[in-house]
Each structure stands twice: as structure tokens, then as C-alpha cells.
Design a protein around this ligand. Structure first.
Ligand code: MN
Length: 239
């Protein structure tokens, strides 16, 4: 049986949708998993029910995470936030982490993992990181490479790509600042922005600041990130 992969979504209240980009869903199918979209959950008990349903989970990209979640007030460059989504994903993370199911965080998802484990974020790298290079090109296709990242040798990303540096896309103005508990940095861009993290304990806990789901149709190498999640989820299912 193929493993079931939960995918976090967001609520477009004005349109009345629970939604997520189809590239995440397509990547899970392409890598051999069965995707399930998880709507915004309000009831504590329902978190556990959803986490029991899935063999692994993807925390997806999206809006800024509210700095209130890590004890700061917003800088003026913060624009879109959703406390509903923050609450839901932080609650879901807590459960899925406790239950030791494989976790992949993408962009906002990687930042979410960090905040959930007690870390903090640069609210806006352009104003808060001196000499930051470009990370948020406007009007660029999602499957275009934008910058290099350097990968640590002893890491899941090195196991996946077998390379010290790769090119990635980049659509973020926030980034990880102080690292959360039981996480390590596994990839950096030239300007020192954290582009990859993984858990230091046993189990699959991987976060990337770029968007492999958008790159993989054009560059199949990037699908391997999803294949690794699915392999780990299969193992988890059978053990
Ligand atoms: Mn970047």
C-alpha cells in the first residue's frame, strides 16, 4: 500500500475555499504517495485523528508566520498573516512530531517547524540581514533557479543530491534566525540565510526554504526529496 501523505492547506475566506497549490499534490503522486489535504482544524481532538490517518506530512508554503508566535512585534514589512493557519499548523506539528511520523517542511513550512520547536525568524531578511542577497524575485516562474545553496556533507540533503551545492528557486522574505530545539542547519545560501534544516534525533524531519514541488516537473532530481519522505513514511507504516 502506498503511504498517505497529509498536506497542510490554507483558508481563502473571501472565496470560501480550503486550498493549496496543486504542485504539492502532484509531487506526492509522482513520488508514489497518496496525498490528503488537511483542512484548518479547530478542535484539539481532530488533530490526533488526522495525524493517525497519515503516514507522513508536508507543511506547505504560504503567508508570513505571525511574529507573535515567537514573542515579537511585527516590523512594517510584514504583510499577510493568518493566526488561524498558524494555530492549526503549530498544533498539527506538535502532534505529528510527538507521534514521530515523517515531516517535510517547505518554505513557510520549514519556518513553522523551527518556530514550533522554539526558534525564531527574521521577519524580513532585506531589512534585518545585512548584505542579504536576493531571495524574493517578483514575477518569476516557480520552476526557475534563482540562487545557489551550499549543502552540509553530513545531511539528508547531501544524501539526496550527492552534491556540495545546488541551484534552487526562492520566494521568501523571511528566514530562520535562532534555531529551534533538536534541529541542525544543513544548507546555507552565500549570504548566510538558512536554506535547509533537519532534526538531530532519529526520524525524518526535513525543512527546505526553496520549493522542490515547483522545480520537480522540470528538474526530476528535486522529486527525490518527496521520494525520501515517502520511503520514510512507508517504513514508519510497516514498523
Ligand atoms: Mn532563498
Amino acid at each position: 500500500m502506498k503511504p498517505i501523505i497529509g498536506i497542510t492547506t490554507f483558508e481563502e475566506q473571501s472565496k470560501g475555499y480550503h486550498t493549496v497549490k496543486s504542485t504539492y499534490i502532484n509531487a506526492v503522486f509522482a513520488a508514489g504517495g497518496i496525498p490528503i489535504n488537511i483542512p484548518i482544524i479547530k478542535d484539539e481532538e481532530d488533530y490526533e485523528t488526522y495525524v493517525n490517518l497519515v503516514d507522513g506530512i508536508i507543511f506547505t508554503g504560504g503567508l508570513d508566520i505571525s511574529p507573535l508566535t515567537y514573542g515579537e512585534n511585527p516590523v512594517k514589512e510584514i504583510n499577510l498573516m493568518s493566526s488561524r493557519r498558524d494555530e492549526y499548523e503549530l498544533g498539527l506539528f506538535k502532534k505529528v512530531y510527538e507521534m514521530k511520523k515523517p515531516i517535510l517542511g517547505i518554505c513557510r513550512g520549514s519556518q513553522l517547524m523551527n518556530v514550533a520547536l522554539g526558534g525564531s525568524l527574521y521577519q524580513d531578511i532585506n531589512t534585518q540581514v545585512q548584505e542579504a542577497l536576493g531571495h524574493a524575485p517578483k514575477s518569476m516562474e516557480a520552476d526557475e533557479f534563482f540562487h545557489w545553496i551550499n549543502i552540509e556533507r553530513n545531511s539528508q540533503l547531501y544524501e539526496i543530491f550527492g552534491k556540495d551545492k545546488i541551484q534552487v528557486n526562492s520566494f521568501h522574505h523571511q528566514a530562520i534566525k535562532e534555531l529551534g530545539k533538536d534541529l541542525k542547519v544543513i544548507a546555507l545560501s552565500e549570504d548566510g540565510i538558512i536554506e535547509g534544516i533537519q532534526g538531530t534525533k532519529e526520524g525524518f524531519v526535513l525543512g527546505v526554504q526553496f520549493h522542490p514541488e515547483a522545480l520537480s516537473p522540470r528538474y526530476p532530481e528535486y522529486l527525490k526529496i518527496f521520494e525520501e519522505l515517502i520511503t520514510a513514511s512507508k517504513k514508519n507504516k510497516s514498523s
